[in-house]
Design a protein around this ligand. Sequence first.
Ligand SMILES: [Zn+2]
Length: 292
Amino acid sequence: MKLFDPHIHMTSRTTDDYKAMAAAGIRAIIEPAFWLGQPRTHVGTFDDYFAALVGWERFRASQFGIKHYTTMALNPKEANNPKVADGVLALLPRYLVKEGVVAVGEIGYDDQTEAEEKYFAAQLELAKKFDLPVLVHTPHRDKKRGTERSLALVREVGIDEGRVLIDHNNEETLPLVLKTACWAGHSIYPDTKMDEARMVALVKKYGTERIVVNSAADWGVSDPLKVPKTALEMKKAGISDRDVETIVWKNPIAFFGQTGRIDEAELGGAHFDQAELFEGNSVLRGQSPEKR
Ligand SMILES: [Zn+2]
């Protein structure tokens, strides 16, 4: 079965991860722009980061047979940093038109501050203007209230709910999202927040419509193989292959394909040629290039 991980931060992962992901069936990924752990001190570092997401990282994934897409935004946490917030917003229009950019995101609430709300709303407007879907991060603290506020803001701004994916849901927030026309993402983490067994229970209870699963793997304790592991647990629990495929392949393509920037026919081949270069660089360190 082909798999799509629609939320993973590969910039902080290794080539071993790419190899393991490809071997487990992952053929396409989406890397949302986000916070890097180390707070940024000037806008220029966002510019280079965004350029790497549509450039080097996209190339690096291709060298392992994985199609890489990205979403662009000022992340919720750094919306609180007045040294960079307005500058990043001014930078975004240049990136939102690029090939491989399939949404505005991740935006939303972190600490649920006024600054976060201001830039969340501004970026929902940007998504409307650029006719792009939206990836909304929900906070880890006070998640229920953060989700309710996010859904209310989506309504207030008047963006089409079918183009909004509310991410990092749990048992408490999923019913709130499904009451709207928004899509619902679930990040499967090692040990905390949401795991494979709980995801299986949610699918058994609510079905597959507008349901998406991702690893949200990044520079913290996380697992880039959570999508294949969750697909396996769903099958073991008796969920049909067709339903599993809907969640781990068809749904992310349907949602992010609303941009017209995902061609399903281009996905799944796992072809690559490591003799290729990106601005003179390859992923190799003297090894013979592999090709498939
Ligand atoms: Zn993320």
